[in-house]
Design a protein. Structure first.
Length: 107
């Protein structure tokens, strides 16, 4: 697979961590130890790709609901553009089956 460049204006970013998340009927956030490792700089951005099944996303710190939030379909990709946004990002499944997210963190 080719390298993916994350374009966040004013930031030259390098990938440093990856996680795969299962999104079900309760709120799922990024794993703090992954995006903000102890004693290291936190992620400045995250690339999120929905692998399977739809989910909802909110970036304001409020939990999304099955019918509330930005709808992400399977294969959709979004960029979470800052450390602050990584801390507030939340996901929940939108359909009858769990979603899977592939997340690469950059700093």
């Amino acid at each position: 697979m080719a390298d993916v460049n994350v374009n966040v204006p004013g930031q030259g970013l390098t990938p440093f961590a990856f996680e795969q998340l299962t999104v079900s009927t309760t709120l799922v956030n990024f794993t703090t130890a992954t995006w903000q490792p102890s004693g290291e700089a936190p992620a400045k951005a995250a690339l999120v790709q929905v692998e399977s099944q739809p989910c909802r996303y909110r970036g304001d710190g409020t939990a999304p609901a099955a019918a509330v939030g930005h709808l992400l379909a399977a294969t959709d990709t979004i960029v979470i553009p800052s450390s602050e946004a990584c801390a507030l990002a939340g996901f929940i499944r939108s359909g009858g089956s769990d979603a899977t997210l592939n997340v690469t963190f950059y700093r």
